[in-house]
Design a binder for this molecule. Structure first.
Ligand SMILES: NC(=O)c1ccc[n+]([C@@H]2O[C@H](COP(=O)([O-])OP(=O)(O)OC[C@H]3O[C@@H](n4cnc5c(N)ncnc54)[C@H](O)[C@@H]3O)[C@@H](O)[C@H]2O)c1
Length: 253
C-alpha cells in the first residue's frame, strides 16, 4: 500500500482525523500538505510530525472561502506539480435540534462542511482531469447515512456530502478520477470532546454515543486514517461513489 511519490492534500489537517491521516500518509511515504485556518495549530502539527521524523507541508486557509481554496490548490501545484489525493476532511459540528439551531450556526456548518468540500473539489478536479488521474476522499459521517437527534445542521451537511460524493463520482466515472467518502462512527477527537463537554451530563452523552456502536467502543483516529489510506491506494479503479463505513457496525443495524 505504498504511497511513495503521491502528493496528498488534507484539509483540516492540524487536529483530529485530518492530522492522524496526515501522519499515516507521510509514514507511508507520501508528500503531504495540510491546511487549516490557524497558523499556530498548523505549525504545532508540523513540529510534532518532525519529532516523528515526518515532514508536512502546511498552508493556512479557510475552506469556506473560494479565494483560499484557489490559492491552496495553486500553491500545492506550484510546489509539488500535482495533487494525487485530495482528502476533504475539514468540518465543524454543533449540537442543536432543528428549532434550537441559529441561522449563524446553520450557515457556518453548511459553509465549512458542504461548500468547503465542494470548493476544494471544484478547484482540484480540472487538474486531476487533465492528468486523467486522482482520488478524492470526502469525510462524510455515519450521520451522512443516518440521522441522530440533536445535530440537525450537522446531519444535513453530512447527508449533502454523501450526495455530493455520489454526484462527483458519476460525473467523473471513467475519467481516471475516483471519488469516495469515509463515514466514520464516533471518534473522540477535539471536536467530539468539546461536544461531550458541552452536554449537560457528559457521562450520559458518552454512553449514548458509545451504545450506538455494536462493537461496544468508540473508534480511534488511526482506524479512520487507515481507511483513507486504503481508498487512496492504486488498483482500486473500480471503486468510486462508495460510502465506506468505519463505525463499529452502527449503520449495519
Ligand atoms: N470525530 C468524529 O467522531 C467524526 C465522525 C464522523 C465524521 N467526522 C468528520 O471528520 C472530520 C474531522 O473531524 P475531527 O473529529 O477530526 O474534528 P477536529 O475538530 O478535531 O478537526 C477538524 C479540523 O477541521 C479544521 N477546520 C474547521 N473549520 C475549517 C475551515 N473553515 N477551514 C479549514 N479548516 C477548518 C479544524 O481546524 C481542524 O483541523 C470532520 O469533517 C468531521 O465531521 C468526525
Amino acid at each position: 500500500m505504498s504511497l511513495t511519490d503521491k502528493v496528498v492534500l488534507i484539509t483540516g489537517g492540524s487536529k483530529g482525523l485530518g492530522r492522524a491521516s496526515a501522519f499515516l500518509f507521510a509514514k507511508e511515504g507520501a508528500t503531504v500538505v495540510i491546511t487549516g485556518r490557524n497558523e499556530d495549530a498548523l505549525a504545532e502539527a508540523q513540529s510534532s510530525a518532525r519529532e516523528e521524523g515526518l515532514e508536512l507541508g502546511a498552508i493556512a486557509g479557510d475552506v469556506s472561502q473560494e479565494e483560499d481554496c484557489r490559492r491552496t490548490v495553486e500553491q500545492v501545484l506550484a510546489d509539488h506539480g500535482r495533487i494525487d489525493v485530495l482528502f476533504n476532511n475539514a468540518g465543524v459540528l454543533y449540537a442543536g435540534t432543528t428549532w434550537e439551531t441559529t441561522p449563524d450556526v446553520w450557515d457556518h456548518t453548511m459553509a465549512v462542511n458542504v461548500r468547503g468540500t465542494w470548493l476544494m473539489s471544484r478547484e482540484t478536479i480540472p487538474h486531476m482531469l487533465e492528468r486523467k488521474s486522482g482520488t478524492i476522499i470526502n469525510n462524510s459521517s455515519v450521520l451522512g447515512l443516518k440521522a441522530c437527534p440533536g445535530a440537525a445542521a450537522y446531519n444535513t451537511s453530512k447527508g449533502a456530502i454523501t450526495q455530493l460524493t455520489r454526484s462527483m463520482a458519476l460525473e467523473l466515472a471513467g475519467t481516471g478520477v475516483r471519488v469516495n467518502a469515509v463515514c466514520p462512527g464516533t471518534i473522540v477527537t477535539p471536536m467530539v470532546d468539546e461536544i461531550f463537554d458541552q452536554a449537560p451530563d457528559r457521562a450520559a452523552a458518552e454512553e449514548f454515543f458509545r451504545s450506538q456502536h455494536p462493537i461496544g467502543r468508540f473508534g480511534m483516529e488511526e482506524e479512520i486514517a487507515r481507511a483513507c489510506l486504503f481508498l487512496a491506494q492504486d488498483g482500486l479503479d473500480f471503486m468510486t461513489g462508495s460510502m465506506l463505513s468505519i463505525d463499529g457496525g452502527w449503520v449495519a443495524r
